[in-house]
Design a binder for this molecule. Structure first.
Ligand code: HEC
Length: 200
């Protein structure tokens, strides 16, 4: 019955103890995290994008969901988290409704590089360009209304105020001569010109 009930070797004991400790630690950490999320009235991740939809934007938002865009994209809490291109929240701060419409109707001509899924042929998103023009227009309007707040990952401008991290990156990577040539986008209004290498 018990041929295989040999005592554990010391190495095995250590291994099992360490592995067990990891599991216990992970479970405790998970419980604490869930507890904190439930207690806190702040969301775990701050939303840094917003959208004020016009009537056409509303229509586009619905089409975005029912026409399968959410299989590959994400916007306003709908869709997949697959990757960065896939996340369209905030895209309206980078691209105009005109660009969006041009891309949706003729992806290959307007993307700037070869497209993977949107181009014609046996592609999973090739159907998009063949959708009725007025539907694509509504979607383009919808996407252009997805705005990002300053400092969000999808915003073209970094957060307001001083960031020791950004300052040190600029100091390390930007040649001194750029300081004279280019204004610091963060300076817009709230910082005196030329401040850049001191996290005051
Ligand atoms: C099969 C997956 C898939 C589906 C479905 C899909 N897309 Fe895309 N989309 C992509 C990929 C991948 C890219 C990046 C360009 C490329 O390689 O085709 C992209 C790029 C885009 C872009 C450009 C983003 C940028 O700024 O670079 C827009 C806008 C867009 N899609 C809108 C839509 C809309 C609207 C729909 C639905 C009508 C849709 N997509 C359906 C995969 C998909």
């Amino acid at each position: 019955m018990s041929q295989n009930s040999q005592p554990l070797k010391p190495g095995e004991k250590i291994l099992f103890t360490v592995a067990g400790a990891f599991v216990v630690f992970a479970v405790i950490a998970f419980i604490i995290m869930q507890f904190m999320i439930a207690k806190s009235d702040k969301p775990l991740f701050e939303t840094r994008t917003h959208a004020d939809l016009t009537a056409e934007g509303q229509k586009g938002s619905e089409l975005f969901r029912v026409k399968g865009c959410t299989t590959c994209h994400r916007a306003l809490r709908n869709g997949t988290n697959m990757g960065q291109t896939a996340d369209l929240d905030g895209i309206g701060s980078r691209r105009t409704a005109e660009w969006m419409y041009a891309f949706l109707t003729e992806p290959e001509k307007n993307y700037g590089s070869e497209t993977m899924d949107h181009r014609a042929g046996q592609r999973s998103a090739a159907y998009v360009a063949l959708m009725p023009k007025e539907e694509l227009h509504a979607i383009a309007v919808f996407l252009s209304e997805l705005k990002s707040d300053q400092g969000s990952a999808s915003a073209p401008v970094p957060p307001k105020g001083d960031s020791p991290f950004i300052d040190s990156m600029v100091k390390t990577w930007a040649p001194q001569s750029w300081k004279e040539k280019y204004p610091d986008v963060r300076d817009a209004g709230n910082k005196p010109q030329g401040e850049g290498d001191k996290a005051q």
